[in-house]
Design a protein around this ligand. Structure first.
Ligand code: ZN
Length: 325
């Protein structure tokens, strides 16, 4: 038995550890794997498998409980593609795998037999269907399988590549170059000026939703530079001091959201019309009222403004700022 990286007597207390999708605690042991570790795991009765299909995770409802870990035999009739299965790691020595299923929930009229469902990651998070550590494993498995599905060819020579070390890497069948799973860093920042914060809405947001601005960290940038550049590009606001808040794994498809606060050096907004439908300052009192559902209403009696759901780091960024005195 290996020695776990996480001390069982220690519970992480940072903000990140409280966010949905952040509860993964498997011992990955990526450096210590044999080439047949997946096949080996399939002979171990303690092995449990997560099933995935097109951005959805396979769930079995048992009363009020939802279960996403299965024995191999339970997945047999749902088309597990075992040649694409990946090893996620070990939970107290018990292997955990992720496998893509051949079912296509996007097919018209597709329905799984009761009590099974294939549910997209946002919906399971919004509904709080799983335990904290299970959400972490869903984010991990979903992200890793998505990376493998879109990296089947060598980025150096274009030849097919193959899964190695149970999915901890791929290797080119021609030039033998190794390729490692990628995580894309995205900064998401709440820009503050005195008692106001800057929120915007993309063209694709539902009407009334405002959120923190966000964007990919680009080559050669620090986290702080990315915050300043993205905020300026989207809102015309220049930012000074940047502080870190928390991170959240975000399996759409394999991103790490890096939450930050930025101190605005100016207040005149010049929004990027192609990116944003609106961008404006909100006072702390406005934000507190909106979070409580006591914000302004439109002529239909619906809230004029609302924030992303609590599952998203954007909500936590805004909430932590608004409640801070
Ligand atoms: Zn190659």
């Amino acid at each position: 038995m290996y020695r776990s990286f996480l001390d069982p007597a220690y519970t992480p207390e940072e903000t990140s550890a409280e966010l949905v999708f952040s509860g993964g605690r498997l011992d990955r042991l990526s450096e210590d794997r044999s080439e047949d570790c997946v096949a080996e795991a399939l002979t171990d009765p303690a092995t449990r498998i997560l099933g995935f299909a097109r951005g959805r995770v396979f769930i079995r409802f048992e009363g009020d409980e939802a279960r996403c870990l299965f024995e191999a035999v339970e997945l047999d009739t749902f088309g597990p593609q075992m040649d694409k299965a990946v090893m996620l790691g070990f939970d107290n020595g018990a292997p955990r795998l992720a496998v893509p299923l051949s079912i296509n929930p996007d097919d018209e009229g597709f329905e799984l037999p009761e009590p099974f469902k294939a549910i997209d990651y946002r919906s399971i998070a919004r509904q709080g269907l799983l335990q904290h550590d299970a959400f972490g494993n869903v984010a991990y498995g979903g992200a890793l399988l998505a990376w493998h599905a879109t990296n089947r060819f060598c980025a150096r020579c274009g030849s097919p590549s193959e899964i190695r070390a149970g999915g901890a890497k791929r290797q080119c069948t021609s030039c033998e170059k190794e390729h490692f799973p990628r995580t894309d860093p995205v900064v998401i920042m709440l820009t503050i000026h005195g008692d106001k914060c800057l929120l915007g809405r993309s063209h694709h947001f539902p009407p009334g939703m405002y959120s923190a601005l966000a964007g990919f960290v680009e080559a050669g940038e620090t986290m702080e530079s990315a915050v300043r550049r993205e905020t300026f590009e989207e809102s015309g606001i220049r930012v000074g001091k940047v502080t870190y808040h928390a991170t959240q794994p975000w399996p759409f498809p394999h991103t790490l959201m890096i939450g930050c606060y930025g101190e605005a050096l100016e207040t005149d907004i010049v929004k990027d019309e192609s990116e944003l439908d609106d961008c404006r300052w909100f006072s702390r009192d406005e934000v507190l009222a909106i979070l409580k559902g006591d914000g302004p209403k439109n002529s239909d009696g619906e809230p004029e403004f609302f924030m992303p759901p609590p599952m998203a780091i954007a909500n936590r960024l805004v909430t932590d700022w608004a409640r801070r005195q």
